[in-house]
Design a protein around this ligand. Structure first.
Ligand SMILES: NC(=O)c1ccc[n+]([C@@H]2O[C@H](COP(=O)([O-])OP(=O)(O)OC[C@H]3O[C@@H](n4cnc5c(N)ncnc54)[C@H](OP(=O)(O)O)[C@@H]3O)[C@@H](O)[C@H]2O)c1
Length: 281
């Protein structure tokens, strides 16, 4: 059970997140949930934002068991991030109670399928959740962040945020978009002393991946497995360590880092390798 797992964070990461007020979208499951548990251990106050209240209540109870000090607050709010007005309203209420110091966007969906088969509604929904959902929360926290000249935005992208993976046209569109969005706001928000980090995990053993497995074309499975598999606890720890070091790109394992290098320096060779992997079997 996640609550029995120990998060070994460095002194630097614990100091960075201690006493911070962190809003984690998608904090009720998978990577987001592990991030919340690690944050609670580091002394941060955490608010989870997702849709299912039951899952969030169970996670808040787990956060309580990791409380480090009396002043920590653990809360949750049921909001669909695709709805900008609802997201903005909820975040404005939170800001009124206690200013947010860090936003971690982990909410996301992934529904694999070949473009020829996939309904356009699924593609639209994926982009609305994974890309627009992040834009919505960023827009909502910015008035507070800019007025205080402080803040950190951490967006969960993926290796599929810079490598096009067979069977993932919807997901890659949303995550490539998130990469571009994050790079632009990094430059624009620097003058407000707001940091932006982009996390690019490989396959991670979460409920999202379990659902993907049921739909993944065989080619996709061969390709995505090549970047290695991590646990959500490992990705959470790497995320918080990288953020505390002020990294813009956070690559949780060697293969995600090597994939980025291959994409940057040898895109043609990478495509040939991916075609080979997809067709091998
Ligand atoms: N797992 C992987 O292999 C992998 C690899 C690379 C990157 N990532 C990225 O890492 C992030 C976390 O993935 P995960 O595997 O941990 O997923 P997960 O276990 O399925 O969790 C997804 C979270 O997002 C929330 N969510 C989904 N749609 C939402 C919406 N419209 N509004 C509000 N909340 C919503 C879910 O809660 P509700 O359903 O209750 O709303 C849940 O808390 C995602 O951005 C994903 O793309 C995952």
């Amino acid at each position: 059970m996640a609550s029995e797992i120990t998060y070994r964070l460095s002194r630097r990461a614990r100091d960075y997140f201690d006493l911070k007020t962190v809003l984690v979208t998608g904090g009720s499951s998978g990577i987001g949930k592990s991030i919340c548990l690690a944050l609670a251990t580091a002394g941060a106050s955490v608010t989870i934002l997702a849709r299912d209240p039951g899952k969030m209540e169970r996670t808040v109870a787990e956060l309580e068991s990791r409380r480090q000090r009396a002043g920590q607050r653990f809360r949750s709010g049921a909001v669909d991030l695709r709805d900008f007005d609802a997201t903005q309203r909820y975040i404005a209420e939170l800001e009124h109670e206690s200013p947010i110091s860090c936003l971690i966007n982990s909410a996301g969906v992934a529904v694999p399928g070949k473009i020829i088969d996939q309904p356009v509604t699924i593609i639209g929904d994926t982009i609305k959740t994974n890309l627009l959902g992040c834009i919505h929360t960023v827009k909502a926290v910015l008035p507070g962040f800019c007025s205080r000249n402080a803040g950190h935005i951490i967006n969960l992208s993926s290796v599929a945020g810079f490598v096009g993976v067979f069977g993932y046209s919807a997901y890659c569109s949303s995550k490539f978009g998130l990469t571009g969005f994050s790079e632009v706001i990094r430059a624009e928000l620097k003058r407000y002393n707001i940091r932006v980090s982009l996390v690019c995990p490989p396959e991670t053993d979460t409920p999202m991946l379990a659902k993907e497995r049921e739909l993944q074309p065989v080619e996709s499975r061969r390709i995505s497995a090549s970047a290695g598999m991590m646990s959500p606890e490992q990705v959470a720890a790497k995320t918080l360590e990288g953020a505390a070091r002020g990294e813009t790109y956070i690559f949780p394992n060697l293969m995600s880092r090597l994939s980025f290098a291959a994409k940057s320096y040898m895109p043609g060779m990478l495509n040939r390798y991916l075609d080979y992997l997809g067709n091998a079997g």
